[in-house]
Design a binder for this molecule. Structure first.
Ligand code: V47
Length: 374
């Protein structure tokens, strides 16, 4: 199978000194543009040659988007934290009546709609009683207030829930939401596709087949989506890599994924493990994603969960997107993530420059808005 990404720099060549001999055949494949196997992916995650893994991923990234690193001025809105599910990794979800449960009105949601942002990212709990129409009204109201703002909303898990709770099939809900102004979908809800992990951590939530079916439906309907992996809890390296391969296969079929976001599990109070995964593991995860996902153009170094320092280094490990400025993001912060909840444009650009990369402001669909050459 030949990767489908158009290469910006096909003739790029570099010398890398590798100290782990398991990486030699992988480097040969990467240079030749050959697809990596599941065993290759596991070897990348297991390797102690952090700089070797990083340089290979950086090479692969440079061939796709050179030294450019993207960010978007965006805002996350989490309309409610009330959720019928009880996923064991999630600190965000509450039950009706809990003292810290909340529900936002349309006006409260509209307060997040500024003229200076390009993307609004909406994801929330699976509310027991909010009708599907409320979600449509949300999208409509935002779109009416600012028609230029791109709306990225609702995970496949929420689309699945609209069917289970309100009997609205994904084709129908997506068509109605698209008509109301939805332009793309976030990648959440994928967690880890492994049936073993699913059974332990998220019983009752859309499984891998359902998540894939909904994303493929969206892609067929002209709605691009993102994809994610929640790593750093009870999953094995093999399960991480199988997850990536499944995403790669979907992308071969549809080409509808814009970006992949590795989501580092925030330990918070759910404590599936005693402490968060070390930065070395985060960096290898980003690099493995870049090298395995040869057909997904953008890999995010998601500063909200990684912290600013690791996220900036991630831009040298194959990531080419720092995500956004994100006011009032609540999911990671419910799990005690220690990065600030909002950042100004200049700060995003500085983080990218710190990694010796060229900042590029983009919109939700990766159209370039401004290149910060200096
Ligand atoms: O699906 C929940 C995750 C996701 C925790 O598409 C947790 O551009 C870590 O998907 N630790 C929602 N993660 C966030 C998400 C996302 C974020 C940024 C950009 C995009 C995009 C998507 O948050 C959920 C779940 O996987 N989550 N609890 C936790 N304790």
């Amino acid at each position: 199978m030949v990767p489908i990404l158009e290469l910006a720099a096909p003739d790029l060549q570099i010398e890398i000194n590798l100290s782990d001999s398991r990486l030699f055949p992988i480097w040969d494949k990467v240079q030749a543009g050959e697809r990596l196997s599941s065993a290759d992916g596991v070897a990348l995650l297991e390797s102690d040659d952090l700089s070797g893994v990083g340089r290979m991923a950086d090479f692969a990234k440079k061939r796709v988007t050179g030294d450019r690193v993207y960010f978007v001025l965006n805002r996350h809105v989490n309309p409610t934290n009330i959720c019928v599910l009880s996923c064991k990794f999630c600190d965000f979800a509450k039950k009706t009546g809990d003292h810290d449960a909340y529900e936002m009105t349309l006006d409260e949601i509209l307060d997040h709609v500024d003229d200076d942002i390009h993307e609004i990212h909406i994801v929330g709990g699976h509310h027991p009683t909010w009708p599907f129409e409320y979600y449509v009204d949300m999208v409509k109201a935002i779109h009416e207030k600012n028609p230029n703002l791109q709306i990225k909303a609702f995970t496949a898990s929420e689309i699945d829930y609209f069917q289970r709770r309100w009997k609205v099939q994904p084709e129908e809900s997506l068509a109605i939401l698209k008509e109301a102004g939805l332009q793309s979908m976030p990648g959440g809800g994928a967690e880890v596709f492994s049936p073993r992990v699913h059974k332990i951590l998220l019983p009752g939530k859309a499984n891998a087949d359902r998540w894939a079916e909904i994303h493929k439906t969206a892609h067929r309907m002209g709605i691009p989506t993102n994809c994610t992996l929640l790593y750093g809890h009870i999953e094995s390296f093999e399960e991480r890599i199988e997850h990536l391969i499944r995403l790669r296969t979907i992308q071969d079929e549809t080409g509808g994924f814009l970006a992949f976001i590795p989501l580092e599990y925030q330990v918070g109070t759910t404590k599936l493990r005693p402490r968060h995964t070390p930065p070395m593991d985060d960096l290898k995860m980003i690099a493995a994603a870049r090298l395995m996902l040869d057909n997904i153009k953008y890999i995010k170094s998601y500063w909200v969960m990684l912290g600013e320092a690791t996220a900036s280094i991630g831009l040298n490990f194959g990531a080419n997107d720092l995500d956004g400025t994100i006011g009032k993001e609540r999911i990671a912060h419910a799990a005690l993530a220690d990065s600030p909840a909002g950042r100004a444009r200049e700060k995003m650009a500085s983080s990218i420059r710190d990694a010796r990369r060229i900042p590029v402001e983009r919109d939700a669909l990766y159209n370039e808005i401004r290149v910060y050459e200096h």
